[in-house]
Design a protein around this ligand. Structure first.
Ligand code: NAD
Ligand code: ZN
Length: 246
């Protein structure tokens, strides 16, 4: 891994426009389970089914009970780990410009990054399905599910379920960021959820270098990414930063 850390540090130092694409894997070290991979929710149920808008429409109480309640408890108490902090340090050094994240946990902003595109929305807010009024998730009473708006409508996370479209502005900005960057760091994503997994492909097409950080291979590895640094985001980011700060 040492050689790849040095290479990544050199590539980052030489790049002029760095964008990161992050997934659930960067938040596992903050105690938030990913969908796939070890300890993922996948081992207990099929996220594509439970986190699908059709499942929510059919039975909101079930999805609140199986997924959203747990997510709320975990996200309410999570804080950024060395992976998030490493990306914030890269921004502070003037190296990293934008993060495109698939995560809905708000931890990049908590770490201090200022330009974060939330590709799948965020979990900080719940939205009424009838009148669109928004409530802060931490303020929502979940003693009975699904929680309801003062108008009686059902509250849903203000995030993107499987089967829903990406917020158009997030999509537009992400495509632009991917097309404009000369290096994309792809951290902690299994790169199978579309269209997020296309962003490295767009970046590659536009001539960018693609560097993956993940303990496991993904469909991008060896195809789209120039190299994979196999390891946990926290440790790898720390080592890259150490190398850069030498
Ligand atoms: P995923 O769950 O499909 O894959 C997680 C990836 O992270 C795997 O490739 C795994 O090998 C890797 N990984 C695990 N631990 C890691 C670590 N310490 N450092 C680096 N990599 C690590 O995640 P995805 O690709 O983001 O797709 C899942 C979808 O589910 C996303 O759309 C996201 O919106 C949603 N989701 C979000 C959260 C969150 O907000 N934290 C959590 C679960 C799921
Ligand atoms: Zn309402």
């Amino acid at each position: 891994m040492d050689e790849l850390i040095k290479k990544a540090a050199a590539d980052l130092a030489a790049a002029r426009n760095v964008v990161a694409l992050t997934g659930a894997g960067i938040s596992t070290e903050s105690g938030i389970p990913p969908f796939r991979g070890k300890g993922g929710l996948w081992e207990r149920f099929d996220p594509m089914e439970i986190a699908h808008i059709d499942a929510f429409m059919r039975d909101p109480a079930r999805v609140w009970n199986l997924l959203v309640k747990e997510m709320k408890t975990i996200v309410d108490s999570a804080s950024p780990n060395d992976g998030h902090k490493g990306l914030a340090r890269l921004e502070a050094r003037g190296i990293l410009k934008t993060i495109i994240t698939q995560n809905i946990d708000g931890l990049h902003q908590a770490a201090g990054n200022t330009d974060v595109i939330e590709f799948h929305g965020n979990f900080a807010w719940q939205r009424c399905m009838d009148c669109s009024r928004k409530y802060q998730t931490s303020q929502v009473d979940i003693s009975e599910v699904p929680p309801r708006c003062s108008c009686g409508g059902i509250l849903r996370p203000d995030a993107v379920f499987f089967g829903e479209i990406i917020p158009p502005e997030a999509m537009r900005r992400s495509r632009q960021a991917a097309a404009d960057c000369d290096l994309m760091l792809v951290v902690g994503t299994s790169a199978v959820v579309q269209p997020a997994a296309l962003m490295p492909v767009f970046a590659k097409e536009a001539g960018a270098k693609i560097v993956e950080i993940n303990p496991e291979k993904t469909p991008l590895t060896g195809q789209i990414s120039d190299y994979l640094i196999r390891g946990n985001a926290g440790e790898v980011m720390n080592r890259i930063l150490q190398q850069l700060e030498k």
